[in-house]
Design a protein around this ligand. Structure first.
Ligand code: AMP
Length: 554
């Protein structure tokens, strides 16, 4: 099926989707639409958001709904309120010329009474989050005996969000001759278990390769010190003046913090995370969707319900621990045939994680250099000049101000005038990047250099050197020592530098700005029942600091 009309879709549906600008089916639509129109077999679809899967299952289901039966015939389960609303909106558009088909969304965090009233009026298709759907089944407001299609959309996200038990109950409650469809971007073991338990010999289709990020997404990474992450982020935003992207952070606090800093520094940014009220989240998402915001700083969970198809970039402020999360994030750009860039800001400790993601996904990451001040200024100035050239001049609106403006500017020559106008916008960049340092981490020293350094240890720039009272005699090697240090510090943003392992004791480096935090982390620490002694070492030799002897036997 290369065209929609070959799939057997009705003229009403064809007309609606043609108004939506759908010309050709996407790969998942090619496979799913004809399957659903010709078979009652269950179906598992491996597909990410952005592949057109809503229409893939929505169009054939809508076509087969019998509006004369005033009962719910299709139930679509999805992880978030935003996704519920998005799917419902899409379904309403698909069924624009089938006005007898009634669709409603039911989700948590909103008045249950209104949703009950909608169900009482009789709806053919219900789109809901698992918790609220189960509630409505218990309350006997959602009647399930006539359900012929049950769709689990973004099944992996529903499990990630803790809906496993609710799903089990819903799947057990609905009669077994339904056709069950499961869509997921990834196939963790738990999904396979659900399919084994609740699906009947399902066919499996894949939109593109499994677990591979969108083809038109480039994967770039920038290697910097952990403390330079924010400066690198700003430079990346500055060198892409038309950026429209999501910056993914690990925690709500970090998300708010980075957004606050960006706003304070004059960027068109805002935060999206779970500490905001639903109203605040809706506001931020609307501003972002309508491109009134250029940068959205978000946690993975909060960004889930956001359906935006023309992002130019996504930025991993931290590299995620999990490949699936990386794929979800990067899959948010490069949609609907457009290209996109997935950027990761990586510090040395995260390099291994990057390699793991690279090996498991076959994604090719390309290392890029954080731009220097000159190239950013160049990019900004050209962008400004382009904007000046291309701006629509509304002569009638500005006409009455012009005499005053001409008079005020009459002493400036043409060149002077240009220079003044450019400086108004541009001086802040020139000032900020005047003495901008190189943020790129230099490549690892060659072996001969390393050997030389071994005999004359020096403290790396921006790092402090610590003494610790365990060494190789305690069955320690360098990787284990790094693990031990990391397990006490418990802050992945803190970079661990060089480790020098001696027989009875060792030295390690930590970024200087985290000296106090490091000492505190080891205050009551023990190793194999022995107190751990960690102290700042001012001396750069490989000898145990004299003070340590007295503390060793505390
Ligand atoms: P989805 O993966 O269902 O969230 O769809 C992603 C975006 O692609 C939505 O904005 C859809 O409206 C759009 N879309 C879906 N199918 C097509 C198609 N065949 N042609 C053009 N756009 C589509």
């Amino acid at each position: 099926m290369k065209e929609f009309k070959e799939a057997g879709l009705s003229t009403e549906i064809m007309e609606a989707i043609s108004e939506m600008g759908f010309v050709k089916p996407t790969p998942i639509q090619e496979k799913t639409i004809s399957h659903l129109l010709t078979s009652r077999k269950d179906l598992i679809g491996l597909a990410q958001t952005g592949t057109g899967k809503t229409a893939a299952f929505g169009l054939p289901i809508i076509q087969q709904i019998d509006p004369k039966i005033q009962k719910t015939q299709a139930l679509i389960l999805c992880p978030t309120r935003e996704l519920c609303m998005q799917i419902t909106k899409d379904f309403n558009q698909f069924s624009k010329y089938l006005p007898k088909i009634k669709i409603t969304a039911i989700y948590g965090g909103a008045s249950i009474e209104n949703q009950i009233r909608a169900l009482d009026r009789g709806v053919h298709i219900v789109v809901g989050t698992p918790g609220r759907v189960l509630d409505m089944i218990y309350k006997k407001k959602l009647m399930i005996e006539k359900i012929s299609w049950l769709v689990l959309d973004e099944a992996d996200e529903m499990l990630n969000m803790g809906f496993k038990e609710d799903l089990d109950e819903i799947l057990s409650a609905i009669k077994s001759d339904r056709q069950t469809l499961l869509f997921s971007a990834t196939m963790p073991k738990e999904i396979a278990k659900i399919s084994e338990k609740y699906m009947n010999d399902p066919d499996e289709i894949t939109a593109g390769q499994k677990n591979i990020g969108a083809e038109n997404v480039l994967h770039h990474y920038y290697l910097v010190n952990a403390k330079d992450r924010y400066s690198a982020l700003k430079r990346l935003a500055d060198v892409n003046p038309d950026i429209y992207g999501i910056v993914f952070c690990r925690t709500r606090e970090e998300t708010q913090n980075i957004a606050d800093k960006l706003i304070g520094d004059g960027y068109n940014a805002d935060a999206l995370h779970g500490n905001l009220s639903q109203y605040q989240r809706d506001q931020v998402m609307n501003r972002f969707r309508t491109q009134h915001l250029q940068l959205l700083v978000a946690t993975d969970v909060a960004a889930r319900g956001l359906d935006v198809s023309d992002l130019t970039h996504i930025i991993n402020y931290n590299l995620p621990d999990d490949l699936d999360i990386y794929l979800h994030r990067s899959g948010r750009t490069g949609r609907a045939g457009k290209s996109g860039i997935s950027i990761s800001i990586v510090h040395t400790k995260e390099k291994n994680q990057l390699r793991i993601i690279e090996n498991r996904s076959k994604i090719r990451f390309e290392q890029k250099k954080v731009p220097d001040g000159i190239s950013i200024c160049e990019k900004q100035i050209f962008n400004l000049v382009d904007r000046v050239v291309n701006i629509d001049v509304n002569k009638t609106q500005i006409e009455r101000f012009l005499p005053y403006i001409y008079d005020k500017l009459s002493d400036l020559t043409r060149d002077g005038l240009i220079q003044h106008f450019i400086s108004v916008e541009f001086n802040r960049f020139l000032e900020y990047y005047k003495d901008a340092p190189d943020l790129n981490l230099s490549l690892a020293p060659r072996k001969s250099e390393r050997d030389r350094n071994q005999s004359r240890p020096t403290r790396s720039e921006n790092f402090s050197r610590f003494f610790i009272n365990i060494g190789s005699r305690d069955s320690m090697d360098k990787p284990n020592m790094i693990k031990l240090i990391a397990s006490h510090i418990r802050n992945r943003n803190i970079e661990i530098g060089k480790v020098d392992l001696m027989k009875n004791f060792s030295f390690f480096e930590i970024e200087s700005s985290y000296e106090k935090e490091t000492l505190k982390a080891f205050e009551l620490a023990e190793f194999k029942g022995r107190p751990l002694n960690v102290e700042l070492s001012n001396n750069e030799s490989m000898e145990m600091p004299p003070r340590k002897k007295s503390k060793k036997n505390r």
